[in-house]
Ligand binder design. Structure first.
Ligand SMILES: C[S@@+](CC[C@H](N)C(=O)[O-])C[C@H]1O[C@@H](n2cnc3c(N)ncnc32)[C@H](O)[C@@H]1O
Length: 260
């Protein structure tokens, strides 16, 4: 396909009216960094879990003003909660009020969320579980401090609280500004061979960067089979080589290199 005729692949939909309306009209109005594409894919993955009969709380480290968090929260079932974890001190302490106001403005009711102002360096898995009623988590988005040590620590704590069918998503992977995060990911995979990459979500911009999606190996085929269907229009044909494991690459630009 030539550059002149290139049309981006469609934006996936979450499949919940309020969530898709938020993505279409509210998402870009809430300050934040994650791509709308990644929010749509992650919201749809939450719905896929629901279709599979998987239920439970979810969490995000690094909620900031709530852009991504609100999208995830709208994809939950009644009775499920989203735990939002942040220092809530950057760029100023009022970010906490702005987070709460954004959730309210965009319809994520107080009963569906738990706000936790804390330093992820100090929280324990038991602390996290206590915040969500003791139930293991089905989905965890890690988007806090972007150092190798911090990601290692956040990943270990998330891993300890995940349900068997749980999904972990990491932000700012392969970002030019944070090249050592990939080292932390590789080492985490080597320490946790029951986990594997499920998908790479390609970036929209340098800020709205790539995310990695992980699940346990015994869930991989189950998720992948349905994702091949659900995200058929967004699959980059060559996939990602995690040596020796391969996983899906999803994006809006699914072209291969022109070689003629
Ligand atoms: C890149 S922003 C998150 C963007 C947001 N997830 C989005 O998609 O719009 C990173 C956030 O991580 C938070 N953070 C950094 N270090 C942290 C720590 N040690 N504990 C908790 N939150 C932390 C920051 O306060 C900041 O709000």
């Amino acid at each position: 396909m030539s550059a002149e005729t290139y049309v981006p692949a469609p934006m996936p939909s979450i499949g919940v009216d309020v969530a898709d309306a938020y993505l279409a009209k509210g998402y870009q109005t809430v300050p934040g960094m994650s791509s709308r594409f990644a929010a749509a894919v992650c919201g749809r993955l939450l719905r896929l879990q629901t279709e599979f009969g998987i239920s439970g709380p979810i969490a995000e480290i690094g909620t900031f003003e709530g852009r991504f968090f609100i999208a995830l929260g709208h994809a939950l079932e009644v009775g499920e909660v989203a735990l939002g974890i942040d220092l809530f001190d950057w760029p100023n302490p009022e970010v906490l009020q702005r987070f709460e106001a954004n959730c309210t403005k965009h319809g994520l009711a107080a009963a569906r969320r738990v706000t936790w102002k804390t330093d992820s360096r100090t929280m324990t898995p038991a602390d996290m579980l206590a915040k969500v009623g003791g139930q293991k988590l089905r989905f965890f988005h890690i988007d806090g401090e972007h150092s190798r040590d911090a990601l290692t620590r956040d990943l270990e704590r998330a891993t300890a609280v995940m349900a068997p069918e749980g999904i972990i998503v990491l932000d700012d992977m392969l970002h030019p500004g944070y090249p050592t995060l990939m080292v932390a990911v590789q080492q985490w995979l080597e320490r946790n061979p029951d986990w594997c990459p499920l998908a790479v979500l390609d970036r929209e911009t340098i800020v709205a960067a790539t995310k990695f999606v992980f699940c346990r190996r015994d869930m991989f085929k189950r998720y992948e089979t349905r994702m091949l269907d659900i995200f058929a229009a967004n699959i980059w044909p060559l996939g990602a080589d995690f040596e020796p494991h391969w996983c899906l690459v999803l994006g809006r630009d699914t072209r291969l290199a022109a070689i003629t």
